[in-house]
Design a protein around this ligand. Structure first.
Ligand SMILES: [Zn+2]
Length: 245
């Protein structure tokens, strides 16, 4: 039977007013979170550790952080590859698309992420920057090329594979000489960028000598210039501003 009493209560009901708050922004979009979310330093002791044999002793103290993109691949696949002796490569941390995070090398040890590299750090021109840096690999396919409205990444030398993830955006990087590389990039999800900021804050808590100018990019430090283009499409200035907010 129809409940008239209930029906009138329903009619008199006040409209629900949704007040924007952090939770709503989390659900509805990414763009406004930057201004309202204060990111706390990550407790490094809580990070999953999965040791890579691809490491050696440092001949310097930790002075800087180097950011990378991984290129195509899943988080698990990349972690497994960087643990494989055949890779002859590693990083201290690998950060996934959904903010999954694994540490492969203790920060007191040298991970093999930067290769031939050169940069002036703490007033001294230094080479082989693996000795004085912490490397973070961020999952992202890297430079995408556009063909007839579709986007592709390179696999091996000749193969182009269609990118099936989030819609790419135009991106560019500027090398130290001023040379610009343009292309398309898959967006770095907000959860991933927030975790990166929290991780960097956690690292800086442990190594407070790392300043704004010591957050480096692989494309910026690699030699010869142009050898690397990562982390392509990441808004480095925004990341640095938010690390040091
Ligand atoms: Zn790199």
């Amino acid at each position: 039977m129809f409940n008239w009493a209930r029906f009138f209560v329903f009619l008199k009901r006040k409209p629900t007013v949704v007040t924007p708050n952090t939770q709503n922004h989390l659900e509805t979009g990414e763009t406004q979170m930057n201004t309202i979310t204060k990111i706390e330093p990550l407790d490094l002791m809580t990070v999953n550790f999965d040791k890579s044999p691809n490491q050696s002793d440092r001949k310097d103290i930790v002075r800087a952080i180097v950011l990378h993109h991984t290129g195509p691949g899943t988080f698990k696949g990349i972690v497994n590859w960087l643990k494989d002796p055949r890779a002859v490569a590693s990083a201290h941390y690998v950060l996934g698309y959904a903010a999954e995070l694994t540490q492969l090398v203790n920060t007191t040890k040298k991970a093999w992420h930067a290769g031939p590299s050169e940069w002036t750090i703490d007033g001294t021109k230094r080479k082989d920057l693996n000795h004085c840096t912490i490397g973070i690999e961020i999952c992202n396919p890297g430079v995408l090329v556009e063909r007839d409205g579709k986007y592709y990444y390179e696999k091996g030398r000749d193969d182009l594979v269609e990118w099936a993830g989030a819609s790419p955006v135009k991106a560019s990087i500027t090398y130290p000489s001023g040379r610009i590389l343009e292309g398309y990039s898959a967006p770095y999800p907000e959860v991933q960028r927030n975790k990166l900021i929290a991780l960097c804050k956690g690292i800086i808590k442990k190594y407070p000598n790392i300043g704004r100018e010591n957050i480096l990019t692989h494309f910026g430090i690699s030699t010869p210039e142009g050898r690397k283009n990562d982390p392509f499409g990441l808004d480095i200035q925004d990341i640095i501003n938010r690390i040091f907010e």
